[in-house]
Design a protein around this ligand. Sequence first.
Ligand code: ADP
Ligand code: ASP
Ligand code: MG
Length: 449
Amino acid sequence: MIVSKFGGTSVQNSDAIKQVFSIVASRKEKTFIVVSALSKVTDTLLNLISKIKEKKIDEAEGIVEKIFERHLDVAFELGVSKEIEEYFEKKKQDLIVFAKALGVLGEVTNRSVDYILSIGELLSSNLIYVFLKSKGLKIAYLDPRDIIKTDSNFTCAEVDFPSTKKALTKRFAELSGYDYWVTGGFVGSDGSFDTTTLGRGGSDYSASVIASVLGAKVLEIWTDVDGILTTDPKICPNAMLVKEVSYDEASELATFGAKVLHPKTIYPAVSKRIPVYVLNTFNPSSSGTLISFGSPRKKVVKAIAFRKNIMVVNIKSNRMLGVYGYLAKVFDIFNKFQTSVDLVSTSEVSISLTIDDSKNLNNIVKELSEISTVEILDNCAIVSVIGEGLKDSTTIASRIFNALKNIKIYMVSMGASDINFSFVVRQDELEKTVNLLHNEFFGNSTGLS
Ligand code: ADP
Ligand code: ASP
Ligand code: MG
């Protein structure tokens, strides 16, 4: 069995959903399909939540109407409006009642956020189920809340593997006579059956968990580009397909910003040695990228990732010398305010680090200021050069710095592993930085050292 996940753009309209059908129907292999919400629906639901918080109930209702109108239009174009109408109407009424109730106080707990966000995947997966069934596929629907069990950390829940294994295996056994199965990604439920979500982009992770529990032969991540590219084509038009990356390279890329994969995707699949392919729904004959077990080296640098909206925090000890326990004190403060630190570099008396979550920054700065002088540099970006070949390269730093001789670099780190060289630049120089590096490492279209 293959597990195939289709992302938001891959199910964005009726043409895309027909394309999903042609991909899964043209193969002999049984397939478990995991779908995201139609593109931009999760963003729209977040907008709905903002309106509820502002107590703008009429606007909130307008947003709900629009979401359902779009889904009904797609259903109509797919010729299944009759089959799905009732389900959509029920969901719409439930959502309007819920939004109005929350709007009275203008308070939305994370538990309620997850109930609202889950609607995107519930609508898309039911719509796609009804459509694929109408096309004659022997297909079963699985509600994601019945099969993905999580903790109660609403909006970024952790999967509870033993419970998920139990629930999914049981449900799947009941439906074993089918050739296809479909569910919504991103959504799960906790021990009390309250709806949870796995964090933005989490459908990849759902698919990986399902592939791992069911022991799939292959996990396919179908998206809107040909696979993992040398960098994000949205900022570098010359980005090229990378045919094979190692698991380590893929997870570094995901962690350091390549949106094409959710950072957690890799682990459940790797733990079961399941090969993962990243493929293009709109160009299915392209080979895509294989995430393999070996370390296909050849190229020193495989890809360049980046993360925007980063802040650099420069912290200088008041005592002007490295006091025992100072580092621990500093990290305790970040820990206390649940803010994760990405890059770190230290000298005897100062620490520079990056964060991307400024929610608790004021509190953090206040506490840090008791033991240090603190300086914040915002509007920065982390750029990461990634590849297994970095391990043995003696020229990587000089090539990077040489290519970027006119760009100011604020922090440098070998990253969390020896296959990642990361540094910080100002965000307004990000595009230039990535293109210069891309030209350095892939400009001659070989990237060979
Ligand atoms: P989906 O909705 O299918 O999950 P995403 O939007 O989450 O798709 O991810 C696909 C996008 O990731 C691409 O359109 C591309 O802009 C972006 N991306 C960023 N870095 C890379 C990269 N190195 N290779 C491919 N795509 C990348
Ligand atoms: N729909 C969710 C999001 O936009 C999950 C996903 O697409 O993977 O984040
Ligand atoms: Mg995604």
